[in-house]
Design a protein around this ligand. Sequence first.
Ligand code: ATP
Ligand code: MG
Ligand code: MG
Ligand code: MG
Length: 480
Amino acid sequence: MYKSIVDVRQEFLNFFHKKEHQIISSSSLIPENDQTLLFTNSGMNQFKNIFLGIEKVLFKRVVTAQRCMRAGGKHNDLNNVGYTERHLTFFEMLGNFSFGDYFKDSAIEFAWELLTDSNWFALSKDKIWITTHICDNESYDIWTKHIGISKKRVIKIGSKNGHYSDSDNFWKMGNIGPCGPCSEIFYDLGDKFPGVPPNNDMTASSERYVEIWNLVFMQFNQRSNGNLESLPMLSVDTGMGLERITAILQGMCSNYLIDVFKNLIISISEVMNVKKSIADRSLYVIADHIRACAFLIKDGIIPDNEGRGYVLRRIIRRAVCHGRKLGVNGIFFYKLVTPLISSMSYITEILCDQVDLIEKILFNEEKLFENTLNKGLKLLRKSLIELKNNKILSGRVAFQLYSTYGFPLDLTQDICHEYNIKIDQLEFDQIMLKEKKQSKQLNRFCRVSGDITIPIDISSIFVGYKHVTYRAKIIALFQN
Ligand code: ATP
Ligand code: MG
Ligand code: MG
Ligand code: MG
């Protein structure tokens, strides 16, 4: 039976509600009181202090559909968007949680029932593959003996460098915080697609076997010195990408071909007046990015030269470049907010009273970038032609694009990637370091949470709203 994304989302919540889980709303994309995270990257973030035993447990079983952003910090898929069928920057993660209540048995039983029972998702059992952590014999036995999956399709995944926690089957929300071994569920799309089953070679990413659900057995708190401390209670945290499971239930091989994305892509290509197949990569990127930007702005982020605002700026600029690639001239990105809202009403309802603000911010940012975009693209094109057979672009050109024309490094990398050209990152980093040293007294650089240092206040890059409150920034926008 056909299921829309709305049906899938609702069925997930209903299933776990029947199993005595309390339905809790999604939290913001900006983690509350957590300096260790750039964005909410999974369903468990809002419950971090419960896992750690710092906050009281109100409900022992909880279910959510959490808005997530994976465009910075430990989980960063920005540069996967446009290259894989399964990565989005913004997506919803469906999750059931147990806080010191059930553990591995029930977590695995619930997942299996929802995925395969004919009253629920009714997926065919022999297309499901499982991975477990090599040290987690308990999960392996539950899958193979209790659930009865053939051992052929339950793969033990080892640890890199022999470190227990350094494995694809050990989930961490960031460099510190709650974590634990996990068991992941994959779906086999069939031999029309290239790829090998999940295995220990982490580089073997596969189109054929799509990771759909991660069951994390929360047991430890990772400290900043790398030590794993036991948590006060054993808990469960699961995460399944709503768009990924919907694609499978709709018989699609891509997130971008599910009901709501197809509609969005058709309407944005009309607004942009481009006649392309709906499977065009640039349309995928733009569709993902307009959604991500709208939700980031809704949660209080505006383009900036540092931290979260810089990530938003990067996403907008990447989308704008893809617009140029499709032949769109003139400012267009803000025009996609209306099609976004109408094609995804099940989640965009909460954006409705902020349409003006979102459009205005996107318009201003694109206008700002427009001034340097064409010049930057010209320089890049010229430099690429001059490379001839050399496949490395100098770090100096990348730095010039960055500092003078406002091209974030990953944007230049992204454009070069299409021509199979790499950037001399070492040279780029050296120039950046030199620049950093020179501007130290001026305090032009700052450190943001996580692992990135981001410049503020570099030459011609927009230097607007630094040190002003969000409210003041918004007022300034509307006065322009
Ligand atoms: P992948 O290996 O495909 O990048 P992951 O292992 O990084 O996924 P987890 O951190 O385990 O993902 O997150 C739990 C689930 O969330 C995944 O199994 C997947 O269904 C979904 N998910 C993760 N990243 C994305 C993304 N960028 N876009 C859409 N869904 C995602
Ligand atoms: Mg990932
Ligand atoms: Mg994975
Ligand atoms: Mg995973």
